[in-house]
Structures are given as structure tokens and as C-alpha cells.
Design a protein around this ligand. Structure first.
Ligand code: CAA
Length: 257
């Protein structure tokens, strides 16, 4: 894994820590590092949920413009797959994920946040897709995931203008889910996913997959995805534990492993 991206595990939560001061600009090394960190977080049994965090000052100000400036069309044909891979790796992580957004989440940085299940933002955070101001468009999933999250009209407002939104507006349009004082962003993000530690991990994974895959297909296909995942859970320990706990009138949450 790259030094610019670390997976730090504590109390069942993995923090994918972006660490490339001053702005966590996402160069190719950090993009590869994100893919590797997501793979490790997916595989490790001591990671139940993931927080993506860029530190106290900034989440990420986008793909590294200095690295891209000299790229040709053919360079970008080769590189653009990686641009989508690092956000896809995050979106497909079979565990709950939250972006802890401090400072700027712009361009590829905003796209990283969009690929998480939830976003917690600092009161002074600013988010946006300013690629248009560079003569390009979002290339790490932004045109697709932003439109799915906030609707096409709001996505076009942000992507076509490149304007930044503050945390209050981001909350109002559903781009972020919670706004907290800057010093509390990381703790609040951990709290949001801590309920999944020691929970029914197979059922959580199936629920996330059913919702995400269902959003990409028609209703009947989505219902079939749900039906298969639902039936599949009857082969898991989670299902046996959860139902036995209820039938035997167990106290408190079921003792999932
Ligand atoms: N790539 C490379 N370097 C970047 C960067 C980026 N995306 N964002 C900031 N930096 C660098 C600056 O060049 C500067 O470097 P130097 O100290 O060597 O000059 C340093 O980080 C600090 O930045 P500023 O001096 O600009 O700081 P500021 O506080 O005045 O402004 C900012 C902060 C508003 C984030 C501003 O830096 C900015 O607008 N950054 C670019 C944002 C952007 O356009 N992001 C989209 C990138 S394209 C993309 O992401 C494509 C995609 O979809 C994958």
C-alpha cells in the first residue's frame, strides 16, 4: 500500500487515511493506494465499517492537476480507468462506509465522498465539482453518482457551473447527511458506523448490495436481486443467531459474531 493512503484499524473500524499535504491532491499513487486500502478493508475480518478521512484540514482537493496537465488524450485513455477504479473500489466495499469531510472535498475528492454510503461534513467544509473550470468534466464517477444522490437538476447546477457549496447547502440538497463542528467530524463519522461493529455482517453486506445494485436496474430486476440475497441469508449464522435470539426472548441485541 502507498504511504499516501493508510488503513488504520481500531475497535472494528478501519480508517482509510489520505495523507498527502497540503491538499491531498489525488495523484496516481494515491489512487492506486485507495484501491489497495479498500481491498484490505474488505478482506480483513477485524474491519466492520470504514471511515475515509483526509485529516483535520482537508478531505481532498481533487485529482492532481499538475500530474494531469501534461497528459495527452492517449495517456488519459490509459489513466481514466484508474480514475473510476478508486471510487468503484470504495463504492463496492461490502461494508458500511462514511466520508469524514473537513475543509475541501472538490473534484475527485468530492467523488470519493460520493462513493461512500454517507457523508459527515464540518461546518466550514466546501464541496464541489469544479472540473468544468479546467475545461474537463468529473471523471471519477461524479456525473453519475452526484446525479443519483441529489437529482439531475442539482447535479447539473454543480457540474456545469463548477461552483462550491458550503456545508449548510450540501445538507439541504442531500449531498451530505450530517454537519458537525470541524473538530468533531472524525468522531461523529466513527459514531455513525460504530453500530455495525459486532453486528450481522452478512445481512449488512446483503442490504447494502441489494440497495446499490437495485438502483442500477428496473424494479423487477431489483426485486429479483433482493429475493436471491434474502434467501441466501438463510444459509448464514447471522440469520440463525438473530432469529433464535428473538424466539428465545433474549435480552438486548442478538449476539452476532
Ligand atoms: N491538484 C494539484 N495541486 C493542487 C490541487 C489539485 N487538485 N489543489 C490544490 N493544489 C495545490 C496548489 O497548487 C498549491 O500548491 P503550491 O503550494 O505548490 O502552489 C497547494 O495545493 C495549496 O493550494 P492553494 O494555494 O490553491 O490553496 P487555497 O487555499 O488558495 O485554495 C483550493 C484551495 C480552493 C482547494 C484550490 O487549491 C483549488 O481550487 N484547487 C483545485 C480544485 C480542483 O479544481 N479540483 C478538481 C481537480 S480535477 C479532478 O478532480 C478530475 C476528476 O474528476 C477525477
Amino acid at each position: 500500500m502507498s504511504d499516501l493512503v493508510r488503513l488504520e484499524v481500531e475497535d472494528g473500524i478501519g480508517t482509510v487515511r489520505l495523507d498527502r499535504p497540503p491538499m491531498n491532491a489525488l495523484n496516481a499513487e494515491i489512487q492506486h493506494g485507495l484501491v489497495a486500502a479498500c481491498r484490505e478493508a474488505a478482506e480483513r475480518s477485524d474491519v466492520a465499517a470504514v471511515v475515509v478521512y483526509g485529516g483535520e484540514k482537508v478531505f481532498a482537493a481533487g485529482a492532481d492537476i499538475k500530474e494531469m496537465e501534461t497528459m495527452s488524450y492517449t495517456d488519459m485513455v490509459d489513466h481514466s480507468g484508474l480514475l473510476q477504479d478508486f471510487t468503484r473500489a470504495l463504492a463496492r466495499l461490502p461494508k458500511p462506509t462514511v466520508a469524514a469531510v473537513t475543509g475541501y472535498a472538490l473534484g475527485g475528492g468530492c467523488e470519493v465522498a460520493l462513493a461512500c454510503d454517507w457523508r459527515v461534513a464540518a461546518e466550514d467544509a466546501r464541496l464541489g465539482q469544479p472540473e468544468i473550470l479546467l475545461g474537463i468534466i468529473p471523471g471519477a464517477g461524479g456525473t453519475q453518482r452526484l446525479a443519483r444522490l441529489v437529482g439531475p437538476a442539482r447535479a447539473k447546477d454543480l457540474v456545469l457551473s463548477g461552483r462550491f457549496v458550503d456545508a449548510r447547502e450540501a445538507l439541504a440538497i442531500g449531498l451530505v447527511d450530517r454537519v458537525v463542528p470541524a473538530a468533531e467530524v472524525y468522531t461523529a463519522s466513527r459514531e455513525l458506523v460504530s453500530r455495525y461493529v459486532g453486528g450481522p455482517s452478512y445481512a449488512v453486506r446483503a442490504a447494502k448490495e441489494a440497495i446499490d445494485r437495485g438502483l442500477e436496474v428496473d424494479l423487477e430486476t431489483g426485486l429479483e436481486i433482493e429475493r436471491q440475497l434474502f434467501a441466501g441469508l438463510f444459509a448464514t449464522r447471522d440469520r440463525a443467531t438473530g432469529m433464535r435470539h428473538f424466539v428465545e426472548k433474549g435480552k438486548g441485541p442478538a449476539p452476532f459474531e
